[in-house]
Design a protein around this ligand. Structure first.
Ligand code: G6P
Ligand code: ZN
Length: 560
């Protein structure tokens, strides 16, 4: 066993080491600045207080540029800060849901995830560091603000001169300042796949995909966008479930995602859309860089809006053994997410929660045993099997529903709309705008919703009229710990239940991204094109917010 001594290195604080919706995200070049990464890692470890002594942590990320460098720094610093054991994904690779799975399975003190999720990678792209707690979920506000506070005052960090081969599976032990320190490099996929096998009926899905039940096999196309999900998708869909090797594409995690923007939506996952249109597959799925987001499409690239996806899964949880076994304890969505879920919850007499944007808000409800299934309009879907959203899980959940109902994706959606009506939903993103005017727009909108005369106002466009019945800036009180989270988005809610929501993204790394969410409910007229159905309300929302003036953009960057 090699013996090393730790040392302290003097440093000074960097501005802006404030974790956002999902950890600290900055340009790679920022993390490469001398001491920058070390400062933030030390702040994160120090925020654990005494709990760090002798603890175990999980470390891994989406394989983007700078991952291995960051893992090496974390190993050296964890050793010097009194951590006893690190569980590291081979090559430093672990999807975000897999980290959550490992934290829970091995009951560790938490984990450090190296990812900037769906943001582009490579030397000129983004990097990120995020801490997850012992429940497997993203650190709550109290922890991230503690990390930030420490980062503003940091004067030194502790580091030990350890080098460890993270490409080979196995265990290495060191004596650091006389204490035992262990690095376990583990297969990135094994534990996660084991969990999936316990949740889903793999035999039923294999029958569906191979046609071993005598039916036509369902052909699928899974696009990993060169993100972390490649090895997981190959193992699950090809090796375990019998899909042909070419069903999973872009399945090699690449440091720059091969130039792709690993965000599974209709804009950035266009190659999947085109391939499914041409290839005639009955099911398509794409995941983001770190594997927590998903996009589902059906034959002909029939798009499943994430808000609808959540509602459909909620309505069909009995197709999944995990929920048959454990029951369904409650449902939840983030505030901007379309309200289709609420109708399912009402029909099934389940508790339904509306939380701010950010997966961390679901964790408390799950830990309290009040939440089984949740999702967000931002292509996140998941359950209480881990404390992160989970892309592969979402695809398996959909395949379970298809296998059980023996219907196509489109038939399942249409049956859902026939039963519940349809919450038409769209999101307009204005990415990377100048920050100051966007802040100004939000503060004007804030005044609008604070003005009592806004309620009762009627807006008209394209032959449609909408009267405001409620206007506010969404504020959330956590029903478990009563913590209050303010300023979570401007809401205009109209008398027929239609909604317009504005917020600034919390996940960008530069400038401001404005998100505008528009939703309208139709009981009967459910087969319209979503953009056509929502055009009048979109027009009203753009006019009321003066969005074009403030962003200087005529068109959004992305429409979902
Ligand atoms: C991440 C979080 C999600 C959140 C999404 C959108 O993926 O994990 O919970 O919904 O970002 O965040 P943004 O602030 O960019 O709208
Ligand atoms: Zn992600």
């Amino acid at each position: 066993m090699s013996r090393v001594l730790s040392s302290k290195v003097s440093t000074t604080p960097f501005e802006g080491q404030k974790p956002g919706t999902s950890g600290l995200r900055k340009k790679v070049t920022e993390f490469q600045k001398p001491h920058y990464t070390e400062n933030f890692v030390q702040s994160t470890l120090s925020a654990l207080g005494d709990k760090i002594d002798g603890c175990t942590l999980v470390v891994g990320g989406d394989g983007r540029f700078f991952t291995k460098e960051a893992v090496a720094i974390i190993i050296k610093m964890a050793a010097a800060n009194g951590v006893k054991r690190l569980i590291v994904g081979q090559h430093g690779v672990l999807s975000t849901p897999a980290v959550s799975c490992l934290i829970r399975k091995h009951q560790t003190m938490g984990g450090i995830i190296l990812t900037a999720s769906h943001n582009p990678g490579g030397p000129d792209g983004d990097f990120g560091i995020k801490f997850n707690c012992a429940n497997g979920g993203p650190a709550p506000e109290a922890v991230t603000s503690e990390i930030y506070q420490i980062s503003t005052k940091i004067s030194s960090y502790s580091i030990a001169d350890i080098s460890c081969d993270i490409d080979a599976i196995g265990s290495s032990s060191y004596s650091v300042d006389g204490r035992l320190f262990i690095v376990d490099v583990v297969d990135s996929v094994d534990d996660y796949v084991h969990l999936m096998r316990q949740i889903f009926d793999f035999d039923a899905i294999r029958q569906l995909l191979t046609g071993s039940d005598g039916n036509e096999p369902l052909r699928i196309r899974v696009d990993c966008l060169n993100g972390v999900t490649g090895p997981y998708a190959r193992r699950v869909f090809c090796e375990e479930l019998g899909a042909p090797a070419d069903a999973v594409v872009h399945s090699q995690p690449l440091a720059d995602f091969g130039g792709l923007h690993p965000d599974p939506n209709l804009t950035y996952a266009k190659p999947l859309v085109e391939a499914v249109k041409q290839g005639g597959q009955g099911f398509g799925a794409a995941f983001d860089g770190d594997g927590d987001r998903n996009m589902i499409i059906g034959e002909g690239a029939f798009f499943v809006n994430p808000s609808d996806s959540l509602a459909v899964l909620a309505n069909n949880l009995d197709c999944i053994p995990y929920f048959r076994r454990l029951g369904v304890r409650g449902l939840a969505r983030s505030m901007p997410t379309g309200c289709a879920l609420d109708r399912v919850a009402a029909a099934k007499k389940l508790e339904c929660f509306e939380v701010p944007t950010g997966w961390k808000f679901f964790g408390n409800l799950m830990d309290a045993g009040r939440l089984s299934l949740c999702g967000e309009e931002s292509f996140g879907t998941g359950s209480d099997h881990v404390r992160e959203k989970d892309g592969i899980w979402a695809a398996l959940a959909w395949l379970s529903v298809i296998a059980q109902r023996q219907q196509s994706v489109q038939q399942i959606l249409e049956a859902h709309w026939d039963q519940y009506g349809r919450n038409f939903f769209t999101r307009y993103d204005y990415e990377n705008c100048e920050s100051a005017p966007c802040e100004k727009m939000m503060s004007e909108l804030n005044q609008l919703v604070a003005d009592p005369s806004t309620v009762g106002k009627t807006f008209s466009s394209g032959g449609k009229s909408y009267t405001v019945s409620k206007a506010d800036n969404f504020c959330y009180t956590d029903p478990v710990d009563n913590s209050v989270t303010k300023n979570q988005g401007i809401r205009l809610i109209f008398s027929d239940g239609s909604r317009v929501v504005f917020r600034l993204s919390g996940t960008g790394s530069s400038g401001a991204t404005v998100r505008m969410y528009v939703e309208s409910y139709e009981k009967d007229n459910t087969r319209m094109d979503a953009q056509a159905a929502l055009a009048p309300l979109v027009d009203i929302a753009i006019t009321v917010s003066k969005l074009k003036e403030y962003t200087g953009r005529n068109e959004p960057t992305v429409i979902t």
